[in-house]
Design a protein around this ligand. Structure first.
Ligand code: NAP
Length: 246
C-alpha cells in the first residue's frame, strides 16, 4: 500500500510508534525514525525492510530541541530526497492537578508533544509543498477533545496539536498535502502501564467497547491516513477510542 514511499516517524522505537514503523515497513515504505534511543526493535525493522526491498534508518534526536531536531530533519530530507509521510508521534505525560503542577512539567509536555510538531512540520511541509504531495499525521489524544482531570498540560498540548492539524491542512491542501490527526483513547503501551488495576477497571467501564485498545489498532488508522485510501481526507481528527468520547 506504501510501495516506494518514504516515511518519517517520531518516537518510533516503542509503543504506538513501533507499531506504525512495523506496519509501514510491512506495506513497502522506507522508514526513518527519530527517538532518544534506537530501542530493541531495530533488528526486527531491518529484517522486515530487507524482506520488502526497502530501508529503515534510525536517527537520534530530541524532538523538543529546536536546533537539534531541525538539523536532524534537514539531514533526513537531504538523504531521502524528500519525505512522503510524516507521523508526529513522540509524546509524554507528566500528570498532576494544576495547583500542584510544576512549570517544568507543564513546559516539558508542551515542548515535546506540541512544539516538536511545529519544528518538524515546518521543515517537512516546505519540502512536501515543493513536491506537490504528502501526508502528515499528528498523534493527538481524545483528552485533547474532551479534557481529563490531572492532565491540563497533556490535554492542552493535544488540543493544540489538533488546532495545528486543521490550520496546516488549510494552508497546504491546495498543494496536494493532507494533514490529519488521530485521537486515541486508552491504548496498551508503556505510557498507560502505570495505571493501577482499579484505575483500569474504572476506565474500561467508560469505554463502550469494554476494553483498552492495542497499539496496532492506532497504527492501522495511521496506515489508512498515509495511503491513497484516504486521498480526499484532510483536516480531520479520527477518534480511536472504542467509542469513548463520542
Ligand atoms: P510510549 O510507549 O511512551 O512511547 C513514546 C515514544 O516517544 C518513546 O519511544 C519515547 O522515547 C519517545 N519520546 C519521548 N520523548 C521524546 C523526545 N523528547 N524526543 C524523541 N522521542 C521521544 O507512548 P505511546 O503510548 O506509544 O504514545 C505515542 C503517542 O500516542 C504519544 O504522542 C501519546 O501522547 C499518544 N497517545 C497515547 C495514548 C495511550 O493510551 N498510550 C493515548 C492517546 C495518545 P523513549 O523510549 O526514549 O522515552
Amino acid at each position: 500500500m506504501l510501495q516506494g514511499k518514504k516515511a518519517l516517524v517520531t518516537g518510533g522505537s516503542r509503543g504506538i510508534g513501533r507499531e506504525i514503523v512495523l506496519l509501514y515497513l510491512h506495506n513497502g515504505a522506507s522508514v526513518y525514525y527519530i527517538d532518544l534511543a534506537p530501542g530493541d526493535s531495530l533488528d526486527e525493522y531491518q529484517e522486515l525492510a530487507a524482506k520488502h526491498g526497502s530501508e529503515v534508518v534510525y536517527k537520534e534526536g530530541n524532538v523538543s530541541d529546536e536546533s537539534a531536531i531541525t538539523a536532524v530533519v534537514k539531514e533526513i530530507l537531504e538523504e531521502s530526497g524528500g519525505i512522503d509521510i510524516l507521523v508526529n508521534n513522540a509524546g509524554i505525560t507528566r500528570d498532576g492537578l494544576i495547583f500542584r503542577m510544576s512549570t517544568e512539567d507543564w513546559m516539558n509536555v508542551i515542548n515535546i508533544n506540541l512544539n516538536s510538531a511545529f519544528f518538524i512540520s515546518r521543515e517537512v511541509s516546505r519540502s512536501m509543498i515543493k513536491k506537490r504531495t504528502g501526508a502528515i499525521i499528528n498523534v493527538a489524544s481524545i483528552v485533547g477533545v474532551i479534557g481529563n482531570a490531572g492532565q491540563t498540560n497533556y490535554s492542552a498540548s493535544k488540543a493544540g496539536l489538533i488546532g495545528l492539524t486543521k490550520s496546516l491542512a488549510r494552508e497546504v491542501a491546495g498543494r496536494n498535502v493532507r494533514v490529519n490527526a488521530v485521537a486515541p483513547g486508552f491504548i496498551k503501551t508503556k505510557m498507560t502501564e502505570a495505571l493501577s488495576e482499579e484505575q483500569r477497571t474504572a476506565l474500561t467501564t467508560q469505554i463502550p467497547m469494554g476494553r483498552i485498545g492495542e497499539a496496532d489498532e492506532v497504527a492501522k488508522v495511521c496506515l489508512f491516513l498515509a495511503s491513497d485510501l484516504s486521498s480526499y481526507l484532510t483536516g480531520q481528527v479520527i477518534h480511536i477510542t472504542g467509542g469513548m468520547g463520542m
